[in-house]
Design a protein around this ligand. Sequence first.
Ligand code: NAD
Ligand code: G3P
Length: 325
Amino acid sequence: MRIGVIGGGAWGTALAQVAARAGLPVTLWAREPEVVESVNGFHENRHFLAGVPLSDSIRATVDLADLAGHDALLVVAPAQHVRAVLAAAPVGCTPLVLCAKGIEAGTRLLVGEVARQAAPEAPIAVLSGPTFAHEVAAGKPTAVTLACEDEDLRARLAERLAGPAFRTYGSADVTGAEIGGAVKNVLAIACGVVEGAGLGLNARAALIARGFAEMTRFGLARGGQAETLTGLSGLGDLVLTCSSTNSRNFSLGVGLGQGKSAAELLADRKTVAEGAFTAPVLRAAAAEAGVDMPVTQAVNALLEGADVRGVVEALLSRPLREEQA
Ligand SMILES: NC(=O)c1ccc[n+]([C@@H]2O[C@H](COP(=O)([O-])OP(=O)(O)OC[C@H]3O[C@@H](n4cnc5c(N)ncnc54)[C@H](O)[C@@H]3O)[C@@H](O)[C@H]2O)c1
Ligand SMILES: O=P(O)(O)OC[C@H](O)CO
C-alpha cells in the first residue's frame, strides 16, 4: 500500500512517519518548498516538527500531481483548506483518510462532508484521537479512532497504519469521530482561559465535564453516537487537549485568560489553532440545531474581545439546572 499525505505541518509529518514505520512507502505533499527541502535533504521537518528524525522512505514534494496512483491519501491540511487542496489533488476514487479537526466556515460542514463534495467518488475514513504530533512522531504509545462506514476498508486501513506503539480502534461512526475532534478544540480554548486567568483546577474539571455534555448534545443532534463521543476521538482527545500547553488551542486560551486579544495572539501565527476558526461556526451550527452550548458561546465572546471576568460571571450566574438536562 503506497500512502500519500496531503499537508506537511506537524501532524501530516508525524503521520507520514507512522506510515513509514509501518513499512509503507510515503509521498508527503507540503505547500512550502522549504519543508520539502528539509524533509528530502535532512530527513527532518525543521519548520513544523523540528528535532524528530524522519524515515528516509518518506519522499516530500510540492507537486500535488505526485500523489497520483497511491492506495490511500491522508488529508492533513487545516480544515478551512481541505476543500481547495482536494479540488487540486488527483483523488479520483482513492480512499481519503481525513485527519483535520474542524468545521468549514460558511458551509458549516464537517471535513468528511466537505470531502464528499470535493471528491464524490472517493471512499471516506476519519482518523482522530488524542494525538500530540511530537509524541506520535517520537514513537510514544498512542491510540486513535479509525472511523469508516465500509467495514473492509476500515479493517484494511486500521491494520496497515497500526504499529507497536500506534493502536487503531475501528468505528463505523464517521460523524461522531469528526464532531469530537472539532468540538474539543473550542473547549480546549476555554480550559486554557481557566489556566491563564488562574481560576483553578476545580474550574477546569467542571469545564471539561460540562464541555463534554455540550459536545454530546451537539454530537447526538448531528447524528453521532454516544459511544464514539465517550471514546478516543471525543472524551479522550478532550482530556488531552484541555490538560497541556502542548496544545495550540489550550495555549491560545491561556493568552486570552491573561487578557491578551485574539488578534494579537493569532497574528503572524505559522501553526494552526483550529478552535479559533471552529468556534463561530460551531455557535451558528448549534443555534441552527437548537442545541445549548454555553461554553462555546463564552469562547466566542472572548475571541471577539469580551472581558474575561464578565464572561466567567455570566457563565456562573446562569439559572441552575438539572445536570442531565
Ligand atoms: N499537530 C497536532 O498535534 C495535531 C494532531 C491531530 C490533528 N491535528 C490536526 O491536523 C490539521 C493540521 O494541523 P498541523 O498541526 O499539521 O498543522 P501545523 O500547525 O503544524 O502547520 C500549519 C499547516 O497549515 C498549512 N497551511 C497553511 N495555509 C494553508 C493553505 N492556504 N492551504 C493549505 N494548507 C495550508 C501549512 O502548509 C501547514 O501544513 C489540523 O486540523 C489539526 O487540528 C493536529
Ligand atoms: O495542538 P492542538 O490544540 O491543535 O491539539 C493537537 C491534537 O488535536 C491533540 O489531539
